[in-house]
Ligand binder design. Structure first.
Ligand SMILES: Cc1cc2nc3c(=O)[nH]c(=O)nc-3n(C[C@H](O)[C@H](O)[C@H](O)COP(=O)(O)OP(=O)(O)OC[C@H]3O[C@@H](n4cnc5c(N)ncnc54)[C@H](O)[C@@H]3O)c2cc1C
Length: 363
């Protein structure tokens, strides 16, 4: 008989994992406290990239994840179409170091001069003297992608329960055998936590303390504009892209991926400051705000993803840069939970690094 999987959390990670497991014939139920993509996934900049990384293993995971977006796009009939990123977030020696590091890793890139930047983005004011172009990077609409993944999961028999918070995990003789909710217990052969910032609260009663960094993020979305910007743009003080509806989507903090701020300024202040930067970049556009979205980013204590088996019957996948990583992580975790052996790309990102003394084990 196929094992029964309970996936907790319907952000991009839980949604893609549900698709993967259900497609391969597993029995899958997804339990979500609020609604699909109501967490970080519904408020993400969605930049799929490997140009930002913390360690070499992190780079290789991100690079493989970019390829996984392509195959997921084919499976879900949502072609992955990289528009590329024009990057000059760092300048001077920091720019040179990033260029050298990425070139040494054979990351696809091109060095652009001012004229080439102006040709790619003619409406941007004051193009810088140089930038890196990353042709394989893309922006993903995580809400649409998660919806498509959940629809596919459901077409393969997966069940979805929304508006039901998991209050605890049921343990029997060291094995997780289900979940506790206000509506009663639900049993399973394997529970997978895709719960983002909600994860520490579920692990703590088991004596497992998962440290998370406090990393609130905010995103300004403008009203639709005529075509203005063709690529993802990463400048020293603003990242921005234009979505298919013509809206500019812009994190309210520069360098948002590596941003270490634990608090945010008041919303109105963030909105005004971001608008000012956007208007400076595109002085001829009539840029008006539509909404400011805020979410806690799920950043584990060392900044790196936490993926894999925790206890018998329990696995987890919690990560920042989940817009980039989710399709690959879902693939690899599904293989591991299906008994296909440890996946080497995941080795540096195991939960055990935080849970000293606890022997983690596969299903
Ligand atoms: C402003 C911002 C910008 C970002 N930009 C990028 C980017 O450019 N590139 C990139 O790669 N990443 C980016 N990220 C990070 C990325 O969006 C996240 O890593 C990713 O969305 C995490 O997805 P997830 O499914 O793991 O978690 P989430 O989307 O947070 O989903 C977790 C789900 O679990 C549910 N849940 C939690 N606890 C329980 C419970 N007890 N019971 C039931 N359900 C529960 C929640 O309701 C939620 O729906 C950004 C994030 C933010 C906020």
């Amino acid at each position: 008989m196929q094992p029964r999987f309970l996936i907790i959390g319907a952000g991009i990670t839980g949604a893609v994992l549900a698709h993967r497991l259900a497609r391969d014939g597993a029995s899958v139920t997804v339990v979500e406290a609020v609604a699909p993509t109501s967490g970080a996934s519904g408020r993400s900049f969605g930049w799929v990239n490997a140009s930002f990384f913390l360690t070499e293993a992190h780079f290789h995971l991100r690079l493989a994840a970019m390829a996984a977006h392509r195959s997921l796009g084919e499976e879900l009939s949502r072609p992955y179409q990289p528009e590329g990123c024009i990057w000059f977030e760092e300048t001077g020696e920091a720019f040179d170091r990033r260029h050298a590091a990425l070139a040494a890793l054979d990351y696809p890139l091109r060095l652009l001069d001012r004229a080439a930047i102006a040709a790619l983005e003619p409406r941007m004011a004051d193009p810088p003297p140089r930038a890196l172009f990353f042709p394989l990077e893309a922006a993903q609409d995580l809400v649409g992608l998660a919806q498509a993944a959940l629809a596919s999961a459901s077409s393969h028999g997966a069940h979805m329960i929304c508006g039901l918070a998991v209050e605890g995990l049921v343990a029997n003789d060291g094995r997780i055998t289900g979940i506790r909710t206000a509506a009663g217990e639900i049993s399973a052969d394997h529970v997978v936590l895709c719960t983002g910032t909600g994860t520490p609260a579920l692990l703590a009663p088991l004596g497992l303390q998962l440290p998370m960094l406090r990393r609130p993020g905010a995103l300004l979305v403008t009203r639709p504009l005529p075509p203005l910007l063709h690529h993802i743009l990463a400048t020293p003080d603003q990242e921005v892209r234009q979505d298919p509806e013509g809206r500019l989507v812009a994190p309210a903090s520069a360098h948002h991926q590596g941003d270490a701020a634990e608090g945010l300024p008041p919303p109105q202040e963030m909105e005004q400051a971001t608008l000012m930067r956007l208007r400076h970049l595109f002085p001829n556009a009539f840029i008006r705000p539509d909404r400011l979205l805020m979410a806690e980013r799920p950043v584990p204590g060392d900044g790196l993803p936490v993926i894999g088996a925790v206890l018998p019957g329990l696995s987890m996948a919690v990560m920042h840069s989940g817009a980039t990583l989710a399709p690959l992580v879902a693939d690899l975790l599904a293989l591991e939970m299906g008994g296909q052996g440890d996946q080497p790309l995941l080795a540096p990102f195991r939960p055990a690094r935080f849970f000293a003394g606890i022997e983690t084990a596969p299903a």
